[in-house]
Design a protein around this ligand. Structure first.
Ligand SMILES: [Zn+2]
Length: 494
């Protein structure tokens, strides 16, 4: 029997504290690809969609792909943009008869009229398809999973890696469970447990630390006949919502008291080891002192500006780290990105190779990461900001920083861009004429994803808290909606 399956990908990680609300334009700037265009771009790379198609080929499905859409992490999504995202899925459901739905979601989507965006999407879908149609969703482990999501989706599978490098496998796993559900072989539902924390203390990183053992025991539990997926979500701390924080999910059937008991043991471990922080968050001055004295015998020093990570909703225009590196006279260095579209526009009339007086960055909210820097720079190049990834996370996928420029200030080459993006691929430097492998110091805005491509070329990695919007100092953020008490804002035992 050949099943008719509707697939879609909608991804947004919503930072409640960002001053930038998210509209349709933000999705068009990242990607909003309909049907065949989405399959052409994402159908054979490391994406959830490619995994859905793998499952579809294995089981001879008739697949209709509605859309793939994502915006860079930013503030709450406006109602009109959300309605526009739901449109192709809901209209396809009205027009066709499907046997199952397979959706690639993030799980931390916040709307300006509802906290739980994925729950709202699933509610609108269930209103049309009823309770019986099997729905499988994939999530990013930085999902804040809601009760509604677990109630309305039968099957939930999260990525098991951070840096995320298993999107395709995750999509395939969800597809295989959906197939067994559509044939009637199994009847899964998803249960979850939560701990009162903003996030798992290391953000769920899986390169080192306790998450490695947790994922291994999840894998072992998945081998049981009645267990189809175990997902460990670190949560997303920049979402000021009631259903925030780490969750453990079991998609299965049969003995749910055993499944819940297993999930509780993982959640207990997350709670009990909440003080085991793996990163040493250095100040900008400590960071600059290390950079100034660094000997690149084994490769460059890679500095992660954790707090200004555009991949978590940071503005990407924090200047504190760059200021400290310039003050310390760090040389043979590169820095990316600095988000300043206004400056890129001004530089369009400058001549490459010429000296320019500039005011750089710090425009959005100087209280988080410093105000504008006034500098004398040399304009090195101008570009349209387009690149194609070649690393483990975004191999073969196209991305854009929007209109961009490279400038040189003393010994530092700086990539100035229009659209905020996290640095997680070497091509985000190389395409613009900067080779990080030949630098002594590489400063980039990212929390953890950069490790996938940059760890292999680095001599040493250090992590900096520049005080920007994604600072690990959560007491600096105006939380209003998260349930209290909550770790680490409150001191308490459970
Ligand atoms: Zn993530």
């Amino acid at each position: 029997m050949s099943f008719n399956v509707l697939t879609a990908e909608i991804s947004h990680e919503t930072n409640s504290f960002s001053l930038h609300k998210t509209g349709k334009k933000a999705f068009l700037a990242r990607y909003a690809l309909m049907g065949a265009a989405a399959i052409a771009e994402r159908g054979d790379e490391n994406t959830e969609l490619a995994g859905f198609l793998d499952a579809g080929r294995a089981h001879d499905w008739q697949i209709t792909h509605a859309l793939s859409a994502s915006a860079g992490p930013s503030g709450k999504i406006r109602r009109k943009a959300f309605d526009w995202l739901c449109g192709p899925i809901l209209s396809s459901i009205k027009e066709h008869q499907y046997d199952g739905l397979l959706l690639g979601l993030h799980g931390a989507m916040g709307l300006d009229f509802r906290e739980d965006g994925e729950g709202e999407l699933l509610r609108r879908i269930r209103r049309l398809v009823g309770k019986k149609m099997p729905i499988a969703i994939t999530l990013d482990p930085h999902a804040n999973v809601s009760a509604r999501m677990c109630e309305l989706a039968d099957i939930i599978v999260s990525f098991k890696t951070y840096p995320h490098i298993d999107m395709r496998n995750t999509g395939h796993q969800a597809g295989e469970i959906l197939q067994r559900t559509m044939t009637g072989e199994i009847k899964p539902r998803t249960t979850y447990v939560r701990r009162p924390m903003l996030e798992e203390v290391n953000g769920g990183r899986t390169d080192i630390g306790p998450m490695i053992e947790r994922i291994a025991s999840a894998r072992t539990y998945e081998e049981q006949a009645d267990v189809f997926a175990v997902s460990i979500n670190a949560g997303f701390a920049s979402a000021d919502v009631r259903e925030v924080g780490p969750t453990v999910l079991v998609t299965g059937q049969g003995d749910f008291s055993a499944h819940t008991a297993f999930a509780e043991t993982i959640a207990d471990d997350i709670w009990n080891r909440r003080f085991e922080v793996l990163n040493d968050y250095l100040s900008v001055d400590e960071t600059a002192a290390i950079a100034a004295n660094y000997q690149p015998t084994k490769g460059p020093l890679v500095i992660a500006d954790y707090a200004d990570n555009p991949g978590a909703g940071g503005y990407g225009d924090s200047t504190e780290l760059l200021r400290a590196l310039l003050d310390a006279n760090v040389s043979n260095a590169c820095f990316a990105p600095m988000v300043d579209g206004e400056l890129v526009q001004e530089l369009q009339t400058a001549v490459v190779g010429q000296a320019v007086q500039i005011t750089l960055g710090g425009r959005t909210d100087p209280d988080f990461g410093g105000g504008p820097l006034t500098l004398e720079a040399e304009l090195v190049s101008l570009s349209d900001g387009q690149f194609t990834g070649d690393g483990p996370m975004i191999h073969g996928l196209h991305g854009s920083f929007g209109p961009s420029a490279v400038i040189r200030v003393d010994g530092i080459e700086i990539l100035i861009v229009t659209l905020p993006r996290q640095i997680l691929d070497l091509q985000q430097f190389k395409t613009f004429g900067i080779n990080p492998q030949t630098k002594d110091v590489v400063a980039l805005k990212s929390m953890q994803h950069f490790r996938a491509a940059f760890e292999p070329i680095s001599g040493q990695i250090i992590v900096c808290d520049s005080g920007a919007l994604c600072t690990p100092r959560y007491d600096r953020l105006p939380y209003r909606n998260v349930p209290r008490p909550i770790f680490p804002l409150d001191q308490f035992e459970i």
